[in-house]
Design a binder for this molecule. Structure first.
Ligand code: EPU
Length: 337
């Protein structure tokens, strides 16, 4: 395990923000981790865990130690008559893992194709897309207590998943490092075609309904709507879709019949934040070096050279406009260091 000083992180966050870490290290195996925990010189530093950097807003100067989780590996660890149990190390790239599962016939993650980030970050915000969330097939998570180095297994229930949220973003934040994740994938194929344009895209490409083709369709839809972080800095959806009581949804629908809503849990309703932001005129609009993407108003993009300050300035204005116009609070999805 090597400690580096003053490391430039602008290529380690998909928003491409200018950012530098006082101290930086990479963990490739469990020995690296134990060495780190026993290292007296970093004991009193604040530790920040970095995965793929796709859901983060980094400040210009990061005080403390940035720990990049870089352990690799994926394998089938068990199977029974109904399920495959597949384990992946936290540092695996999420979409490479998804493609590997599909190549081996372990389906169930196809709707989550092409989501940026790592396997270890996926449970933290319970990544989701096209009607599926990581919580639907996650079996367990191995976490490492950052104080003691002890391993702790978290069942799906203990992860306390909800929409873009989990124990690891709440009570567990900063306490555990996710080391590996095990998925339980059904042998009986269950396709999720109901959301958005998947069926339309399969028909357009003349593809049969199967997991590999759903993955292809999802990739085509995502590529057409979301900017490629390699070309234009972004962190996917910048805001969560707000969840409101059904009375508020009904009131809003009376005034705005075109409002896009989806049923959520507990009789509440999710509103499409992209639609709300779009209606406020922010789609394709810039503020300094940042702006809201021209094809999806929910995605904040860095047109070049932005800092965290530029990002928060725009985010604050967008939130205020949505609140003034619709009386709805929207919350950023990325984590702020
Ligand atoms: N819409 C607009 N204008 C816009 C953007 C969207 O009117 O500028 C409307 C769309 O026409 C559609 C509705 O809003 O009727 C919803 O849009 P979309 O299907 O693109 O989904 P979303 O709710 O904006 C969520 C996730 C995405 C995920 C997609 C597909 C959140 C915060 N975002 O977006 O996840 O890919 O659904 O399932 O839940 C991410 O989290 O980074 C992410 C990209």
């Amino acid at each position: 395990m090597q400690l580096h000083t003053n490391v430039d992180l602008s290529s380690y966050n998909t928003l491409g923000l200018r950012s530098s870490a006082n101290l930086y290290t990479e963990l490739h195996n469990i020995i690296d981790l134990h060495n780190l925990i026993q290292n007296e010189s970093v004991k009193n530093e604040k530790w920040h865990i970095l995965g793929g950097g796709s859901n983060l807003v980094l400040p210009e100067q990061i005080k403390g130690l940035v720990i990049k989780v870089a352990n690799k590996g994926r394998e089938l660890i068990q199977e029974d008559s109904d399920y495959w149990y597949v384990k992946a190390q936290a540092g695996e790239v999420w979409d490479e893992f998804v493609q590997w599962t599909l190549q081996h016939g372990y389906h169930g993650l196809e709707n989550l194709s092409l989501i940026p980030g790592t396997v270890g970050a996926a449970p933290i915000q319970n990544i989701g897309a096209y009607g599926v969330e990581v919580k639907d097939s996650l079996f367990e998570v191995t976490g490492i207590d950052l104080k003691t180095g002890e391993l702790k297994t978290f069942s799906n229930e203990e992860c306390k998943f909800s929409y873009r949220d989990s124990f690891f973003k709440q009570e567990g934040a900063g306490k555990y490092l996710i080391w590996d994740v095990t998925f339980r994938l059904p042998k009986k194929v269950k396709l999720h075609l109901e959301y958005g344009d998947i069926q339309k895209e399969l028909d357009r490409q003349g593809l049969d309904e199967n997991p590999e083709n759903i993955s292809k369709a999802v990739i085509a839809i995502r590529t057409s709507k979301l900017p490629d972080p390699k070309k234009i800095g972004n962190a996917g959806s910048f805001f969560k879709n707000p969840i409101v009581p059904s009375s508020q949804k009904d009131e809003l629908l009376k005034q705005y019949p075109a409002l896009v809503t989806f049923p959520a849990t507990d009789g509440k309703h999710k509103l499409a934040a992209g639609w709300l932001i779009d209606q406020c005129g922010w789609k394709g609009k810039k503020l300094g070096p940042v702006g809201m993407y021209e094809k999806q108003a929910l995605v904040l993009v860095n047109h070049g050279g932005a800092s965290a300050e530029d990002v928060w300035k725009l985010a604050t204005e967008v939130c205020a406009d949505v609140k003034n116009r619709f009386g709805v609070d929207i919350e950023p999805e990325p984590i702020r260091w």
